[in-house]
Design a protein around this ligand. Structure first.
Ligand code: ADP
Ligand code: MG
Length: 306
């Protein structure tokens, strides 16, 4: 397998106005060909802005952007969006309501003429097969469910066979059932299309479950870049631990060999060695509750989640 990079960002910064803090702040990251990157962070942290910078919808940035090892922005270079070989999928599908499914997909191939050439027809068919929408060529967007509309939008982005697909919260507008199914399929579809992708989401489960790599973003910066497993097992900061993995923190005090907390004592052989007070990260799956009539623990609240 080739190890060339599909995307390389170096110190990319975007500030919308002089008195606002940068929406994207000195972001440096590299993604290899064929990989799927989940860009994860809370609302307003700069995910969309970063995606738009890569797509070429935002100008006046500092730093450099390379796509497939070609400089597209920075140090005096500028390649316009239509020549970046990038496909885009938006949260709200952004389909043309007056065009059929086939014509919407063909639009990605820059051809909306009435007459479909055989080649064009073939490419549209291929793209629709990839997203499992065969047979719906002649429908109009309003005759489709939200999930189907998003598949059309994905087919439109895939049809020109771009080297990189950018998806901005593509599942956020869908009902939970549809969202879960399409989430599963999305990875398969992108892998089958042999494309690289950056997938923006504010949903940690979504990012962890479909990505090869996850970049956790906060206040315009990348807090951590790693595989989903690395992000989960070794969060680089408290923000990552809390936002991404919903970890709990307990105040702890060292007493000899153990760290004492409200819920019990822990033997730990690493971390916080130069202090007698610390906070311990603990996850729900690490806890096992056993009834004990003599324990001085009160359950104050309880929620049933199935
Ligand atoms: P996210 O997609 O993570 O929710 P955005 O990239 O949309 O975040 O926004 C990041 C920050 O940049 C926000 O503070 C937002 O208000 C600001 N911002 C985004 N677009 C513009 C714009 N066109 N003009 C001014 N500020 C903007
Ligand atoms: Mg956004």
């Amino acid at each position: 397998m080739s190890q060339s990079s599909i995307i390389h960002l170096e110190g990319v910064t975007k500030q919308f106005s002089r008195n606002a803090s940068p929406a994207v702040d000195a972001v440096t990251l590299t993604l290899q060909q064929g990989d799927l990157l989940g860009l994860l962070g809370p609302s307003g942290c700069g995910k969309t802005t970063l995606l738009r910078l890569v797509a070429g919808f935002e100008r006046r940035l500092s730093g450099t952007i390379e796509i497939a090892e070609k400089r597209v922005a920075g140090s005096g270079n500028w390649v316009p969006p239509e020549r970046r070989d990038v496909g885009m999928v938006f949260q709200d599908y952004a389909l043309f309501p007056h065009l059929s499914v086939a014509k919407n997909v063909a639009f990605g191939l820059r051809d909306t003429s009435k007459k479909f050439s055989n080649e064009l027809r073939k490419r549209v068919k291929e793209a629709l097969a990839l997203v499992r929408l065969e047979g719906l060529e002649d429908r109009y967007p309003h005759e489709l469910s939200g999930g189907q509309q998003q598949r059309v939008s994905l087919a439109r982005a895939l049809a020109p066979r771009p080297s990189l697909i950018l998806l901005d919260e593509p599942l956020s507008n869908l009902d939970v059932q549809v969202r879960l199914r399409l989430r599963q399929e999305l990875r398969d579809i992108l892998k089958a299309a042999v494309t690289s992708a950056i997938f923006v989401t504010h949903d940690q489960e979504e990012a962890l479950s479909i990505s090869d790599y996850v970049a956790v973003m906060w206040k315009g910066q990348i807090e951590q870049f790693g595989t989903p497993e690395e992000i989960y097992t070794e969060p680089a900061s408290r923000f990552v631990a809390e936002f991404v993995t919903q970890a709990n923190f307990l105040p702890a005090r060292r007493s000899g060999e153990v760290w004492e907390t409200e819920v019990g004592d822990f033997h730990l052989n690493h971390g916080a060695a130069n202090s007698d007070e610390a906070e311990l990260m603990i996850r729900q799956e690490d806890l096992l509750l056993i009834p004990d009539d003599n324990a001085s623990v009160v359950i104050r609240d309880c929620q049933f989640l199935g």
